[in-house]
Design a protein. Structure first.
Length: 348
């Protein structure tokens, strides 16, 4: 299933990181919420943050389970995978794993987008009327899971999808890439020889199906739109912070601005690292460029799951440090700066 040990090693490292880190985040956040369950709908900032992080941890944990399942299949099949390739790709297990990874990708991306939008309105427009309250946050998260489930089920229930998209993927992931022809096929016949076996694969290059177009829409256009929204929101947050501080009489860049810029760069950078290669590769494939199997597998094992492994450290660890240091939230700081600015304007 995997052509070399390097891929196997990377897969298990990313898998364990995603599973362990997100499980710890989920337990810690759930433990935090239980004692204050009655206050869930009154403590706006903390309730929103915990709801987002809980759902994000679950979505990223699911990605870890998918990687574990694929890694386990690689261990079970070993060097004789080609004997079971056709049955594996068309089997119920591959369909389940394809649903899991599709659901994880969509839900995680939508939650990150929602978090970006919520922070955008809270920081750029601290006194605006547009707010995502705790009740709305819960409803939006439920809606995201429903939408993600529908989007993940759609390619499976569409006629012939598992043969034309997931059926060509040993890792049960319907990325909109067309691997090299020798790895594609509908039928496999095995010929026994003196030192092993020879597999004969009949190739079918029909990629113009509705299901393949659906995969392109989700992994190229939908993901591109979400990444653009996330990038736009965080760039606006940084610009708004710098402008507000200058208007309040603090023209020099201080350590807090440098830390903010660094953190926002990490958030945007990991999103781009995760999705930009997928988007670019998908576009090249749609234009007729052959994508090698090694590239396909590396994107799946290393690039796409990178957010699932890093999100716990990006979104949870900084908030824990702030609580330990009893530092005021960034939104509170922003509102104080806005009040100072408004006070100066009134005096004038």
């Amino acid at each position: 299933m995997f052509p070399n040990n390097a891929l196997r090693a990377v897969l298990w490292v990313v898998c364990l990181s995603s599973v362990v880190a997100n499980f710890v985040v989920f337990v810690s956040r759930l433990k935090y919420k239980i004692p204050v369950m009655r206050k869930l709908f009154t403590s706006t900032v903390s309730a929103n943050q915990n709801t987002f992080l809980l759902n994000l941890a679950v979505a990223d944990f699911i990605m870890g389970l998918y990687l574990f399942a694929i890694g386990l299949a690689d261990v079970i099949f070993g060097n004789e995978y080609f004997l079971f390739a056709l049955g594996w790709r068309k089997g119920i297990a591959c369909k389940i794993f394809s649903f899991i990874v599709f659901l994880s990708n969509v839900v995680s991306l939508l939650i990150l987008t929602l978090v970006s939008i919520e922070r955008f309105f809270a920081i750029v427009f601290p006194f605006g009327n547009i707010r995502i309250g705790p009740k709305l946050t819960v409803k939006l998260c439920v809606m995201i899971w429903v939408v993600g489930g529908i989007m993940a089920l759609t390619p499976i229930i569409l006629s012939g999808y598992t043969q034309q998209v997931f059926g060509f993927s040993d890792i049960c992931l319907g990325l909109p890439f067309v691997p090299v022809p020798e790895m594609l096929g509908d039928e496999v016949s095995v010929e026994s020889v003196e030192y092993g076996y020879i597999a004969h694969i009949n190739v079918n290059n029909n990629f113009e199906s509705l299901q393949w177009v659906y995969s392109q829409i989700v992994y190229i256009y939908f993901s591109s739109a979400c990444v653009l929204v996330i990038t736009f929101c965080y760039v606006c947050i940084f610009v708004s912070t710098v402008v507000t501080k200058k208007k309040s009489g603090r023209g020099q860049v201080d350590k807090s601005e440098i830390k903010l810029a660094l953190r926002l760069s990490i958030i945007i950078g990991t999103d781009l690292i995760c999705w930009l290669p997928v988007i670019i590769t998908g576009i090249l494939s749609a234009l007729g460029t052959d994508i090698s199997v090694d590239m396909y597998v590396w994107l799946t094992v290393l690039v796409m799951p990178v957010n699932s492994a890093l999100n716990p450290f990006i979104y949870t660890v900084p908030s824990i440090k702030k609580k330990k240091n009893n530092e005021p939230s960034f939104i509170a700081k922003q509102r104080k700066l806005e009040k100072k600015k408004n006070g100066k304007e009134k005096k004038k």
